[in-house]
Design a protein. Structure first.
Length: 546
């Protein structure tokens, strides 16, 4: 098996995570858990983007330093990911010295190889605040779709922008219209990679359709050279004389975090970052997991940087989800129209959140989060189908067989069905079709419940105790294998099952539990959520809206 690199997108450390952002990140952990259960060599990294202008703008609004904002939300992110069961090999942050050094090395390598050049441009400048206004410090009208947009990218039509492209510009800090002043910056000769990137995109396999379409659009329009430095006080220093008052632009710096995090992981653990990055060493498959708004940075910008440096492995699989709405409306952090991750985690099980975001998430198209669907999803599928099958099987054994797995064997039909399920769902996971994979596994859960109902162990125990034992033995084997198959998706409940049945670490292969094994510490996997909570949560959401 190839070495598996998984890069999860780096959330801006300027505010709490909401469910829409979490939906775009969760597939990374599913992939990591799956490949590890197959015995693969996996490196899964991410971190908090502490240098983005959203962080600096938030700091200005609160009257604190950008570092204070970054510290607060990095710690919150790390805690949320831990509670949700994310298995990053390293979750780091961009405002560390290690990251700065790697980014500066990349910058100097690109400069040495002739891919960076200096250029004097007119840049937006706020006379009120007496400062240059890069990207998100400026808002205006998008030249393509005419909607209001930030100075780096339009959220409506996904066009990559520069503040100079916008009309009717205003300063994000004070709201006044800016003027333009000359300033010198380094530019990346992105246009020089047009042919190579076109060929790269043409040969790409395992990209989501939105990534194929958007990347094709950027390439068809023709790549434009982009500034890689900015007049900022917060970020990575430009390692060139005469540029001491400037920083490396966050769009080149943040994506470089995938490499810097890999090198940091190696430095801290003694692992080999090279085996996940260097061409010609070992077979590598690199997954990049993020939202639709990050596509061009992963399919155009990052590959261009890697090609410029040379010898480094390009992205293979682009797992880019669509958008999630909330109760039919777009998530809006400014209006507080959001379900915040720390908040929902204070009241609901992490597996309920993970399950909903995979089974009902925006994998291929925009989807909606509603409290009604969330509560019914938990009660109907997690509790009603999966939890119910596990509980009634093991509780029956606990009561009627002294808590010991009865004699029996998995009949050949169920054995083949289970083996086929490992194969089919594994292929779907590797292709990033997580929703189809979990649907397939839950079809097996429904089949297992049907088997239990048809065999009627409650009647068999009175008429033929041995036949009842065979039924329950078969059900235990199904449960043991479901604890493997569902482990990437809902790990906490699967860990409980492994404790009940004294199973080892999850493996992506047919598993069996021997007869006479004692069931340990049996408890319910899930608690029912009262449907009155639908109205309570909807009311809370409406009341929090600004």
């Amino acid at each position: 098996m190839a070495n598996i690199f998984i890069g999860g997108a780096w959330p801006y450390a300027n505010g709490s995570l909401h469910l829409g952002r979490l939906a775009s990140l969760l597939p990374g952990d599913v992939l990591a858990r799956y490949f590890r259960s197959k015995g693969g060599k996996v490196l899964y990294v991410s971190g908090s983007d502490c240098h983005g202008t959203p962080v600096a703008v938030q700091a200005i609004q609160e009257g604190v330093s950008p570092g204070d904002i970054a510290d607060r939300f990095h710690q919150e992110f790390a805690e949320c990911f831990k509670q949700l069961g994310f298995t990053y090999d390293l979750y780091t942050r961009t405002d560390q010295v290690f990251h700065h050094h790697v980014v500066q090395e990349l910058f100097l390598s690109l400069l040495e190889k002739g891919y960076l050049y200096k250029k004097t441009i007119q840049q937006t400048y706020c006379e009120t605040d007496q400062r240059f206004l890069p990207d998100r410090y400026v808002e205006g009208v998008c030249p393509v779709c005419k909607n209001r947009a930030r100075g780096d990218q339009c959220d409506f039509c996904s066009t990559l922008l520069d503040p100079a492209d916008l009309s009717d510009k205003t300063c994000k800090i004070c709201g006044n219209p800016p003027v333009e002043r000359p300033t010198e910056h380094y530019y990346l000769a992105l246009s020089g990679f047009q042919a190579e990137l076109t060929e790269y995109a043409k040969q790409a396999q395992g990209w989501k359709e939105n990534a194929v379409q958007l990347t094709g659009r950027y390439l068809k329009e023709g790549l434009q050279d982009r500034a890689v430095t900015r007049d900022l006080t917060w970020g990575v220093d430009v390692p060139v004389e005469g540029f001491e008052d400037k920083k490396i632009y966050v769009w080149i710096e943040a994506v470089s975090g995938y490499l810097s995090a890999s090198k940091q992981w190696a430095a801290e653990t003694g692992g080999s970052w090279e085996s996940f990055w260097l061409k010609g060493t070992e077979e590598i498959t690199a997954y990049y997991v993020h939202g639709k708004d990050n596509i061009p940075f992963h399919t155009v910008v990052w590959p261009a940087l890697l090609l410029g440096v040379g010898g480094l492995h390009l992205p293979d699989r682009i797992i880019s989800c669509e958008y999630m709405t909330l109760e039919g409306k777009k998530f809006s952090t400014s209006s507080n129209w959001a379900v915040w991750v720390p908040d929902i985690m204070s009241r609901y099980q992490p597996d309920s959140i993970r399950y909903f975001l995979i089974a009902n998430g925006p994998e291929k198209r925009d989807t909606d989060f509603s409290w009604r669907e969330f509560i019914h999803s938990h009660n109907g599928e997690l509790l009603g189908a999966f939890g119910n099958f596990v509980n009634r099987t093991l509780a029956f054994i606990d009561k009627s067989f002294e808590g010991r797995v009865p004699e029996g064997n998995l009949n050949e039909e169920w054995k083949k069905t289970t083996e086929d399920l490992y194969l089919a769902s594994g292929v779907l996971i590797e292709e990033g079709h997580l929703k189809e994979a979990i649907e397939l596994i839950f079809a097996y859960v429904r089949g297992a419940n049907k088997f239990f109902d048809e065999q009627k162990p409650w009647a068999q125990i009175k008429e033929n105790r041995e036949a009842c034992g065979y039924t329950l033995h078969t059900c235990v084997q199904m449960i043991a294998n479901l604890s493997n198959l569902l482990h990437p998706f809902i790990p906490f409940s699967c860990e409980k099952i492994r404790r009940f049945l004294t199973l080892g670490q999850p493996i992506w292969n047919l598993n069996s539990v021997p007869a006479n094994r004692q069931i340990q510490d049996l408890e319910l996997l899930f608690q029912r959520n009262d449907i009155s909570r639908i109205e309570e949560e909807t009311s809370l959401l409406e009341n929090q809206k600004l």
